[in-house]
Design a binder for this molecule. Sequence first.
Ligand SMILES: [Zn+2]
Length: 343
Amino acid sequence: MRKRLFALCLTSSLFLAAWRCPVGSPLEGTIPEDVRSFVSDFSLNPSQTNLDLEFLTASPHPFGSPRQLDVANFLERRITESGGRVEVQEFKADIPNVAALSMPASLTRTVSGRNIFAWPKRFESGPDGGKSCVVLLASHYDSKAVDGISYVGANDSGSSSVALLQLLQHVQNRPLSKQLECRIGFVWFDGEEATLPGWSDGETVFPVKIKDHTYGSRHAAAQPMPQKISSLILLDMIGSPDLRLTRDSRSTPALLKLLEVAVAALGHPPSLLSEFSVPVEDDHIAFLERGIPALNIIDFNDLSVWHRAGDETLRINPNSIEKASRIAIMIALTVARDPQAIR
Ligand SMILES: [Zn+2]
């Protein structure tokens, strides 16, 4: 993903002051007590995390590659093991054909993609069934194709992909004392990364103008859903050694407020969130553009190995994944309890 950082923010303290995000005091009582206990019961299983990351980072798996199909199949198996019903959304996309820059060839090539939805079975029938809306927790699961290195993307996108699997298992198995108005769903998007080196290269330097990123989420957002999506909570790059979440100014303000509240409710210092806002382009944008409230939970502060060879499992901090996962499920459940609260 590309996050559009304003260079001025880094160079001008005056400008920084102008961009200071309004930080209010957390709203007392915003997080229901049963949601708090549901979240406090969640802990990341370290051995399962390692096993899942081991598979995801065994080799690069960019959008449209044979290896990405292996990863999709792996996720489907893990979703089933975790108590979810798998729903695969297949699609085709025309991507830039880099080979055409050095030899006579078509400027684009068509690849197949797969968005993978997971529906916890508890919401399919029985006392938790029959809900008319859904709160989606999301990640992408492709790794960026980076010239000259074997880029496996342990943080981007392995960390958030394994987080969703464990959250799915918790949502499926852990009882809730009160009914949710919406069910919780999960989705792993394909094709988030740009296939060209730069996020905007497809629209600026490639001979055929093409939006070369977020293929899966743009496809998903354009499809009719059987239920209204009350919110999309996106996780991305959450495994850094010292988690510091970015305040994404593109995210829905009410969900950003809830992010502050969740950080405080879980006992984290306000410094877990960056002080200043920056607009982040990621898989949530296509949903925002369709009027669906969306939040990106991402650490875009630690970029030392971003799209570089060092983005490997050894550098992943499971505690960071656990922190972000707890925050995400707290927000998702709070919205699912009362979707009107963020309107
Ligand atoms: Zn990336």
